[in-house]
Write a protein that binds this ligand. Structure first.
Ligand SMILES: [Zn+2]
Length: 127
């Protein structure tokens, strides 16, 4: 990977990180407003559930983005954490925060459907 490729990914990742931090910080405000509203209980529970789920997703994403930036510092960005092959440029362009090549990701996704633990734990176990 060239230096200019790395810089390009770093810019994308840093922009994403800023966006997610901002999003997660503002989320608290939204939750409080909703709490004060006179939504009925079922609706409130649903809204809350949705909010928690997207909060989960965003904080996972933020963790991935930060881990990718760390790997960039360490010089291992773009290498699959599991099989240590290079991750294809196409995949990195689509998901710059990814830590796994497409093959390992697919294996992990499939196993996850079978009720396996999180991706990280799964790959640690598999390694
Ligand atoms: Zn791999």
């Amino acid at each position: 990977m060239t230096k200019s490729d790395l810089n390009k990914y770093r810019n994308v990742l840093e922009a994403k990180q800023t966006e997610l931090v901002h999003l997660l910080r503002n989320r608290d405000g939204i939750a409080i407003t909703k709490c004060a509203d006179s939504l009925d209980e079922v609706q409130y529970a649903t809204e809350r559930e949705l909010a928690i789920r997207s909060l989960d997703r965003d904080s996972n994403l933020l963790r991935n983005v930060r881990a990718a930036l760390d790997r960039m510092e360490a010089g291992s960005f773009g290498v699959c954490l599991h099989c240590e092959e290079d991750i294809s440029p196409k995949r990195l362009a689509a998901v710059p925060s990814t830590a796994f090549c497409i093959e390992c990701q697919e294996i992990a996704d499939r196993s996850q459907c079978d009720g396996a633990e999180t991706l990280d734990e799964l790959l640690i176990t598999a390694a």
